[in-house]
Write a protein that binds this ligand. Structure first.
Ligand code: KIV
Length: 293
């Protein structure tokens, strides 16, 4: 029988060499489906700025928005471990700001952990949030909140100097107390090396190859709901976008040609007697007649 995933059960999975599954999620009904499928962890990513709100980057997402989406997700998860992303500029300014906002995300959504982007540069924030009793997932490699600094969504850790920097970031966030770290768009051999060196920290790959302890994908990407562009690291496990579009087309046609609804979708059994309806018809006349009076 499935049971609640916790920091301890997830770390035990790493220790036993069992792979960990994670998906993004932003609403209650999807969270219920992901949870029922047995996915270990759900990430309320600030990617919701792009997937749910239609922005080009994650930068405009606010704390208030994260809390609204996060609450709905947490209500839909029984067993999955729920991680809340800290949005851009909710933790960068100071350690105090980071602890306060991490606390809000946990208190106001009922999630289990927070995630923040950055390596060595944010270790003071990670340490302070962990000291406040909140588990932290770090995020290194291609960190979307730094899209302007990177000059686009680009693979990180290529070349010796960059590879060393990504490894040092991983070790720094582990030392600061992160129990989990997302490795985004990092060459697979480097991600494998980090996973081996990170003895007390779970690595979750997204474009990080098969040697990470687990994998995360944006659910709209893996369901084929996010349009034409498909990042290299995505596998489409279904074409739900096509199924939904066809269903919307069928509905539109059925409403317009009168084949929806039928008696099966109507409250026929509780209908009033025909004679009574005729009485009402006669009694009330037409609305137009009423208006003329
Ligand atoms: O915001 C997000 O969804 C993420 C994942 C892509 C790791 O950070």
């Amino acid at each position: 029988m499935a049971k609640k995933n916790t920091v301890a059960t997830l770390l035990a999975m790493k220790a036993n060499g069992e792979k960990i599954s994670q998906l993004t999620c932003y609403d209650y009904s999807t969270a219920r489906l992901v949870d029922a499928a047995g996915v270990n962890s759900v990430l309320v990513g600030d990617s919701l700025g792009m997937t749910m709100q239609g922005y080009e980057t994650t930068l405009p997402v606010t704390m208030e928005e994260m809390i609204v989406y996060g609450r709905s997700v947490a209500r839909g998860c029984r067993d999955a471990f729920v991680i809340m992303d800290m949005p851009f500029m909710s933790y960068q300014r100071s350690v105090e700001q980071a602890v306060e906002n991490a606390g809000r995300l946990i208190k106001e959504t009922n999630a289990n952990a927070v995630k923040l982007e950055g390596g060595a540069a944010v270790t003071a924030q990670i340490r302070a949030i962990v000291d406040a009793g909140i588990p932290v997932c770090a995020h290194i490699g291609m960190t979307p909140q730094s899209v302007n600094a990177f000059g686009g969504f680009k693979v990180q850790g290529k070349g010796e100097e960059n590879a060393r920097r990504v490894l040092e970031d991983a070790l720094a966030v582990q030392r600061a107390g992160a129990f989990m770290c997302v490795l985004e768009c990092v060459p697979p051999k480097l991600a494998g090396l980090i996973t081996k060196k990170a003895e007390h920290m779970i690595t979750i790959g997204i474009g990080g190859g098969a040697d990470c302890d687990g994998q995360v994908l944006v659910y709209q990407d893996m369901l084929g709901m996010s349009g034409e562009f498909v990042p290299k690291f995505v596998r489409r496990f279904a074409e739900v976008g096509d199924i939904m579009t066809q269903a919307f087309r069928d509905y539109d046609a059925a409403v317009k040609d009168g084949t929806f609804p039928t008696a099966a979708q109507s409250y026929v059994k509780s209908d009033c007697a025909d004679e009574f309806l005729q009485t009402l018809d006669a009694e009330y006349g037409t609305e137009a007649a009423e208006c003329r009076n």
